[in-house]
Structure formats: structure tokens, C-alpha cells
Design a protein around this ligand. Structure first.
Ligand SMILES: [Zn+2]
Length: 209
């Protein structure tokens, strides 16, 4: 197993009830990654988890746009916004971590998507690509250079987080078997991983750790 180092961190993206089977925006087999993630947690000194954490009036909820349905795309403040079912509303059960996820070793929890008018797929920047979550500064302050990324969903929040991490100069390893995707539009999971690889990420499995 990977030796615990202080230059590496595990970044767990959005392993929350609403993204798991039974949730409002369920990712197929989203819960299957939970034991995989728990299994490699002991390899990491620093473990950081994100939570999608929206106010009820959030721009990404189709229910907040008259006549719109989930998966329709609108333009909001010049940005494309995919509309989703209400999900991960602050303080609800849907926003909680999956109950099987071992949260005891979490060093930091980053909550994103808290601005009603702005969505945030990435753990680093909100979707305007400018507003910072503060995570990059936190990691740099601890001299963390290598990021192992897993979670939900491969083609949205994992993808956006990994892409921003690469752009910020981190070494990025995506743990493929500890991720699951929405696959909307169809093929977007394969495309996301291929794109990350092309941008310099390593695509690994938990067996590689
Ligand atoms: Zn969201």
C-alpha cells in the first residue's frame, strides 16, 4: 500500500446520500465506491471530503425555474447551467455523507455550491471559474503536491475538480474504481477520463495504491 506521506492527500468528492441509490440525483452504483474508499483511507495522512451544499433557492434546481425540467440546459449570467432535481439541500439527509463512509479520518470538509446564484462542480473554483473555495490555498499551505481523487460523479464534480487541480499545478491521480458517473450525455464518463489523461492526470485503480 501507498506509504503515508505528507505531500499527498486524498480528495473525496460528494459521497452524499442524494448522489447514491435512493437519493434525488442518484448515480448508478454510487454507493459501491464507499467500501473501496474506506479501504484505502489508511494510506493517507490527509483526507479531504467535499459536500455539495445548496440553499433551497439554488440556480441549479429545475424547480426554481418555471416550466423547466431536470437535465434541461439554461443560460444564467452568461454561463450554461444544467438543471438538476433538487439535491443536497443544506442540512437535509440528502446532503449528508453516505452513512457507510468513514468520516472519522476526515481532516477537512469543503462545502461548495452555497451561493444561490452560482453552481460549483469543482472543489477548487465555483462554475464562474473565478470564485475560489479556498482548497488550493489550504493544500499549498500544507505543501501537498499530489492529489488522489475519487467520488461522485466522474463526469461532473470529479472531472471539474481534477481538471482544476491539474491547472493549479498538482499531480493528479484519479482512482477510477472509486468513482461513478452520471453518464449524461451518454459517453461522458469515458470522455471525462480520456480528457483528464490527456491533460496529465494518471488514471489508477485502488489496486495501484
Ligand atoms: Zn449540486
Amino acid at each position: 500500500m501507498l506509504k503515508k506521506t505528507t505531500s499527498s492527500a486524498l480528495l473525496i468528492i460528494d459521497v452524499q446520500n442524494d448522489f447514491c441509490p435512493g437519493g434525488s440525483l442518484a448515480v448508478a452504483e454510487g454507493d459501491k465506491i464507499v467500501p473501496v474508499i474506506n479501504g484505502f483511507m489508511p494510506a493517507f495522512r490527509f483526507i479531504i471530503a467535499t459536500q455539495d451544499w445548496h440553499p433551497r433557492a439554488h440556480v441549479s434546481f429545475a424547480s426554481n425555474h418555471k416550466g423547466k425540467k431536470p437535465l434541461e440546459v439554461i443560460t444564467h449570467q452568461g454561463r450554461e447551467q444544467v438543471l438538476w432535481p433538487d439535491h443536497c439541500v443544506q442540512g437535509t439527509k440528502g446532503a449528508d455523507f453516505h452513512q457507510g463512509l468513514d468520516t472519522r479520518p476526515l481532516y477537512l470538509i469543503v462545502r461548495k455550491g452555497t451561493d444561490p446564484g452560482l453552481d460549483s462542480y469543482s472543489a477548487f473554483f465555483e462554475n464562474d471559474k473565478k470564485t475560489k473555495t479556498g482548497l488550493a490555498g489550504f493544500l499549498k499551505d500544507l505543501s501537498i503536491t499530489n492529489l488522489y481523487i475519487c467520488g461522485l460523479a466522474t463526469d461532473y464534480c470529479v472531472f471539474a475538480s481534477a481538471q482544476d487541480a491539474l491547472g493549479l499545478g498538482f499531480e493528479v491521480m484519479v482512482l477510477e474504481d472509486a468513482c461513478r458517473g452520471v453518464d449524461f450525455p451518454q459517453g461522458s464518463v469515458v470522455q471525462a477520463l480520456a480528457s483528464l489523461k490527456k491533460q496529465g492526470a494518471k488514471i489508477l485503480t485502488s489496486q495501484d495504491l
